[in-house]
Design a protein. Sequence first.
Lengths: 293, 196
Amino acid sequence: MRQKMRILWLSAISCNGNTHSFLNYPYMEQFLEDFEFIYHPVIDSKYLLQDIVSKEIACDILLIEGAISKEYKRADVSVVQIIEKYSKIVQKIVTVGTCATFGGIFRESGYENTSGMHFDQEKQIENFKHLLDKTISISGCPIHPEVLVNTLYSIKKSVTLKLDKYLRPKEFYAYTVHNGCTRNEYFEYKVDNHNFGELEGCMFYEHGCQAPFTHGSCNKILWNEVNSKTRAGVPCMGCTEPSFPRQNLFSTKKNMAIPEHLPVGVNKRVYLTLAGITKAFKIQRLEKKLFDD
Amino acid sequence: MSDKKKLKREQIIQCSLELFASNGFYSTTIPDIAKSLKMSVGNIYNYFKSKDILANEIIKYISAYLGEKLKEINEEDISTKEKTRKIVEMYFKTASLKPEMIDYFLRIYLSNREVFRDTCEGMLCVNEFVTEIMIYFEEGVKCGDLREQDFFSAFGLFMGYLGGMVFLKGENILPKDLNDYIEDITFNIYKALSSE
């Protein structure tokens, strides 16, 4: 029998959203033939959490879900201590989700100095600095199950992943969520004209869509193999970014009509020049409903 | 385009701009422009295929000129109030030194929309100028100096006011020199736009 890779899924300060998102991976049976969990919060595993913290169980990959504070304990042991212990024996550490990577919404929790493993939002922190080379970040609220699983297979196959400055695999995070969005035509000609849940219109101009400045593959690797937020008619909320969650997620912050956050890498003057030109277009086809006209 | 041709093109724009601004769009003909430049009528058409195209190019030329001046102000590290004063000063200075530019904008571009409708739709031909005004507003709101509001309500207040003053000056109605109004106008505009 092939050797399965052994994984420890450790939940820190978390809502377990990533645990649940992972359960949506469509080829779970295949995955469980190649990997096994020595411990997972909801999937049957060989050991109890008490065994994990009191003994040292052989393990290849440490997955951390949730924000980290040394005050926060699992089975009466600080998560920081558990991470320190297992980080010594594993090949790789993967921070699963935006909380484990940047602190996310649980930065607001009452625990002292709550942050991601290596980052407090954009800022790199001192804790665990010696483990930077061992860590891969999979941000997202929640993580895309295929992005996590494909990363785990890369580790299994000893493929070296190129990482961005937040240790996220470029394979999945070099793109913006805007890439592959089915509403690009509306974006190009600055037609917002959107109602939530409907097919028509771009949500960047009025409805808070953060896709043009959010790194992720949501519109390339679809969720449940069929859809994405923007395809379903809801704005991208920027959940893979260190700044997540911002406020007022359903409206675009503007200063005198100019969006405060522009598409990543685009100069404001150039954006406005282009916007002025595209606004001159009046494209009837894009003003109407696509089907029920 | 060679440098010589570029220069000639600009000379035609500058000369026709002055003629249009003082005599009106329909009263100025291509032969008038040719005569003033000592060029043949045919040669003018080598540069601009029609009078309408020439009119469109002139407004782009003015927009680029004013846009460049505004960009210099926008890039200065000064308060929004100071920027407001400098924009008013720059606009009035242009109206005094190059009155034909502002006159063309007010009396040709805004008054003969049929000439510009097809190729200068929306803000297409005044893009450079409008872009810089947008940046002035956006940066003012971002740093907390200006109040957030609809772009056009702010744009109309600012540019309508300045255009109106230059128009009054052009009609010889203003009792004082334009420069004598800079202080009060800056105060009024800033007070109207400010977040205080």
